[in-house]
Design a protein around this ligand. Structure first.
Ligand code: NAG
Ligand code: NAG
Ligand code: NAG
Length: 363
């Protein structure tokens, strides 16, 4: 009887989870944490710093439009499945079928979950880096889809072994709000809108044929050199034992908690899909909590590349601008430019996702 029950449970689990042996395509949506070249190609800024060294210096040895010294989480995930690094959507839009056969990256640095209209309505639209919000990126996906499959059956089969990375997204919505003077209580009101937008995007992708989705939460923003610099205070009680800002980390946790609740609802609505929560917060926290174990010898909170100050973040001399300079050994830092992480840090986060420690179920 016991054996039978055990068998039944195993069989049932295997059926309901059905993790593919590998993925043949990856589609990525999000912001600068995942952008592999869209922002650079969009031409939103003339001569943006991410289009020149030291960006890209470590792995690619030239700038690719990635906001780091090397590979991003999405690159390590592609490596794990033996897939090429994801091409950014904008430069290949005319040859999607041939060049996008292992997936496409729709993420754009600076992108928000909410449409730009939200920010214009609040009177802060001018601070947006890009209008290519999550909805715009989903529109690009639909356009791509219409070039690769037509019937529902055809599309389900085309995306059967595709991995959809939906985020991280939403971090910029809050960054913009905090940078114009928001605090926890003021910004909290945005969370239901941001989470609702992410959740609606997941529903749309599932209805378009996505079976395997990874939805990451936000990083501990209170440990970012930019936040630590902009919100520096003499009040020791504002900092946790790692030297991070408590209020801002609590905000990330609040967003993540709400996101997890929304994903739980989606799992009930779409039992045929695997909706995986990725705990970027937890995975990144180890960088700040036990940096020495991870080879982060130079203090986890200071940026490798910047223009001075207690965290080597100077808004007027950000990485790549005059007055800034990159450290000699980026692999001994967690933070790259004040806002983004180093390749070393991204590898650590990706490892923690791929080995299942920081995902709600295996990818
Ligand atoms: C976004 O759209 C607004 C209004 O359509 C426009 O004025 C603005 O220049 C755009 N911003 C960017 C960064 O493209
Ligand atoms: C936020 O609001 C709560 C309850 O109204 C209050 O106790 C708390 O001090 C406020 N926090 C901040 C950072 O303003
Ligand atoms: C998974 O990866 C994380 C992050 O690199 C690491 O701390 C952890 O020890 C790994 N766990 C296993 C079971 O391999």
């Amino acid at each position: 009887m016991v054996t039978l029950f055990f068998l039944f449970v195993c069989f049932y689990t295997a059926l309901s989870s059905s993790i593919p042996l590998g993925y043949d395509k990856i589609y990525s949506f999000g912001d600068s944490l995942a952008d592999t070249g869209n922002f650079l190609h969009s031409g939103a800024l003339t001569n943006p710093v991410i289009g020149k060294l030291p960006y890209g210096e470590t792995f690619f040895h030239h700038a690719t439009g990635r906001c780091s010294n090397g590979r991003l989480i999405v690159d390590f995930i592609a490596e794990k499945y033996g897939l090429p690094y994801l091409p950014p959507y904008l430069p290949i839009v005319e040859s999607l079928k041939s060049k996008g056969k292992h997936g496409v990256n729709f993420a754009v640095a600076g992108a928000t979950a909410l449409d730009s209209k939200f920010f214009y309505d609040q009177g802060i639209g001018q601070i947006l880096w890009t209008n290519y919000s999550l909805n715009t990126q989903l529109g690009w996906f639909k356009r791509l889809k219409s070039s690769v499959c037509t019937t529902k059956q055809e599309c389900n089969s085309y995306f059967k072994r595709s991995l959809f990375l939906l985020g991280e997204i939403g971090g910029n919505d809050y960054n913009y709000a905090f940078f114009v003077g928001g605090n926890y209580n003021k910004t909290k009101g945005m969370v239901p809108f941001v989470v609702g937008t992410i959740s609606a995007a997941a529903s749309m992708l599932i209805e378009e044929g996505a079976k395997h989705l990874v939805v990451p939460g936000n990083f501990p923003i209170g440990c970012s050199a930019a936040y630590l610099t902009l919100f520096a205070t003499q009040d020791k009680a504002a900092y946790d034992r790692n030297g991070c800002l408590k209020e801002h980390n609590a905000f990330s946790k609040y967003h993540n908690f709400q996101l997890k609740l929304a994903l739980e609802k989606l799992r009930q609505k779409y039992p045929e899909a695997r909706i995986i929560y990725a705990d970027y917060y937890g995975a990144a926290m180890a960088l700040f909590h036990i940096p020495h174990h991870l080879g982060i010898k130079n203090g986890a909170l200071s940026a490798c590349c910047g223009g001075g100050g207690p965290y080597n973040f100077n808004y007027k001399a950000r990485c790549g601008h005059i007055g800034s300079k990159a450290c000699k050994d980026p692999s001994s830092y967690a933070n790259w430019d004040g806002v983004h992480l180093t390749e070393t840090a991204y590898r650590h986060v990706a490892t923690g996702l791929l080995n299942g420690t920081f995902t709600s179920q295996p990818i």
